[in-house]
Design a binder for this molecule. Structure first.
Ligand SMILES: [Zn+2]
Ligand SMILES: [Zn+2]
Length: 275
């Protein structure tokens, strides 16, 4: 007999009708539920025990987990947003009541399958829910992780409102963290031109250079932690200074919560560079 638990392992949740295409009869499913091998989410919908709880919640509600949480589950960098599950029901889906529901529901076109929304749709939904910066950082992260190819990027661009398409045009595949993406987007909006991922002798590759003189680094992206990294950063800063650069480092808390301080530091450094 087909193993419903093994089939469910792939997407976490599925409708019984879809499992029947793999030879699972109602009886097989009922037996697997009775044996505790799988879990019945609601009538006709089943989950593996390893399915992420938010994916199961979305399936209980009648849809796929989308927006920030779906992107996060796929390893895409996201800004912290509200912690409610966003659920994609398709254009004409039917919401199902369930206990402790805090879901934010999206009726949007496209082929919805229970589980995690695909990256393409999750990005489009996130643009509408979480705005330009969230979308831009997640889009660059998804591209950097090779989760959206050129056809997908074109479809995403076409699905955005006209006023949002420039974000896709500005995006690059080499941003290594969302902090870099957000820093670049904000400075772009201020008309400050950045060179990205610049290689400097004795220093190595830096995130950004402005006016050929100022190095900007977005720290706290996983590779700046610990004492040895700190030592290496200090060595890099010393080498940069020797070559005539000034280095400014900002971390997540500064960029996200104290942007005024970051901007004032950048503008002052720019004024010095131009003097
Ligand atoms: Zn719900
Ligand atoms: Zn949403």
């Amino acid at each position: 007999m087909p193993d419903p638990a093994a089939l469910l392992e792939i997407r976490g949740v599925a409708r019984g009708v879809d499992l029947r295409a793999f030879g699972c009869t109602r009886n097989h499913l009922a037996t697997a539920v009775a044996r505790g091998e799988i879990h019945r989410v609601r009538d006709g919908v089943f989950a593996s025990h390893t399915a992420p709880p938010e994916v199961v919640t979305a399936a209980a509600h009648g849809g796929a987990l989308t927006c920030a949480k779906a992107l996060h589950h796929r390893g895409i960098w996201t800004l912290a947003e509200d912690d409610r599950p966003h659920v994609w029901l398709g254009a004409g889906g039917r919401p199902h009541p369930h206990p402790d529901c805090r879901c934010v529901v999206h009726f949007r076109a496209g082929t919805m399958r229970l589980g995690l929304a695909d990256v393409e749709h999750a990005l489009i939904h996130a643009f509408h829910c979480h705005g330009d910066e969230f979308f831009f950082a997640a889009f660059e992260s998804a591209w950097n992780k090779m989760l959206i190819g050129s056809a997908a990027r074109s479809r995403i661009r076409a699905a955005l409102p006209t006023a949002g398409r420039w974000l896709v045009d500005l995006a690059r595949p080499d941003a290594e963290s969302g902090l870099e993406s957000i820093l670049r987007l904000r400075l772009h909006l201020l008309g400050i031109r950045l060179e990205c991922q610049v290689r400097i002798p004795d220093v190595g590759r830096v995130d950004f250079v402005i006016e050929g003189r100022i190095i900007l680094e977005a720290d706290g992206k996983g590779n700046h932690d610990g004492l040895s990294h700190r030592h290496r950063d200090l060595q890099r800063d010393a080498a940069a200074s020797r070559h005539g650069y000034e280095t400014l480092r900002f971390d997540y808390a500064m960029i996200i919560h104290d942007w005024d301080t970051v901007l004032a530091a950048i503008l002052a450094a720019l004024a010095r560079a131009r003097a």
